[in-house]
Design a protein around this ligand. Sequence first.
Ligand code: MN
Length: 427
Amino acid sequence: MRLKKDLILDHNRKNEPKHREYFNQLADRLTGKGRDVDRIIQDIMTLQIAIPSWALGSGGTRFGRFPEGGEPRNLQEKIEDVGLLHALNRSSGSISLHIPWDVPDNYVDIISLADSFDLKFDAVNSNTFQDQADQKYSYKFGSLSHTDPGVRRQAIDHNKEVVDHGVRLGSECITVWLADGSSYPGQQNFRKALIRTKESLSEIHDYLPENWRMYVEYKPFEPSFYSMVIPDWGTSYYLSASIGPKAYSLVDLGHHLPNTNIEQVVAILMMTGKLGGFHFNDSKFADDDLTVGAIKPYQLFLILNELVYGIVNNDSNNPPLAWMIDASHNLKDPLEDLLQSVEAIKIAYAQALIVDRDQLESHRDHNDPVPAQELLQDAFRTDVRPLLAEARIRNQASCDPIVFYRDLKIRKTLIEERGVKTIATGL
Ligand SMILES: [Mn+2]
């Protein structure tokens, strides 16, 4: 399904007068505080958040899955779905593929299809957390960390293959997330497992083309119950710092134990120049992967506040960040959930952009926590949604994507095109 631009522009024309009223009020207020509103809107317009191919179908739990219908049946339809999102918000201009779920039949056709929706290929992702039908060795007891060199070789070769696919698509980075770990005390030698992982990752790192980056993701538990080989940001930093210049850490919001100060993790990783990518979601306990900002929007704002600080004060030459959503849509239409997530990230981003940083530093220098908190919360409590709507209108996207999506009955059309019982590959 391909959205006609005229429909979007008509919809915007109808809603513009009301929007203009809200926007002018906010713009006046921000201008009065010395903020450059046009510059902020430009930054909001430019920010792109990648959509992973596995987020386009309904998620679920290990107990069950309740699909919406009309899910993409193949890579072409996954690209069409991200194309739809991008047409609606002009903020989701790339897709992140997962190999082997998304191996293209024909690279030229796939690239030109993505081009036709103005989409690029974000990070490619390897998969050694499950066994494929045609593979020789099992990953039951690990992959890049496995005790058997044969299993490690198979996992390394798979990652190199993923890089090869990415090169052909024009991607420039690979994300490695390992399920490796142990489920029982005594099962694994922590040190040896980490050293083997480092050696395997080094070989993949050295295989990367000159302009590529490798993102090392961490997670404190699951699927291993007792220990994960890369459980936290410290281990991920150790690996990325010791492996080489193309290796970086990747922070996934859901991959932290409760009460972890993720904004501080972000600040320190950016200070070291080793924050490569970011997976956005929200979670109540751990890896729930819910809609971004659904539960803890203030934490999201504090994280974006550190990201924006790190982008503005980039002394350590941290590379541009790969921003991606990594969420599971358990009860919602996946496309609506993704629209909500992108919106939540951009709201927190806009709130971070309006923070008066000089004033904040002055309160910090004077050890005065009350005005420091007031200043941050004033930004957080500002309804910046008119800035986002204005950015979308200027980008010829929909001023109100979810309303427009429902008015057009897009899910119904997708179900008519693809069927009720379709299941996205990889889910
Ligand atoms: Mn992730």
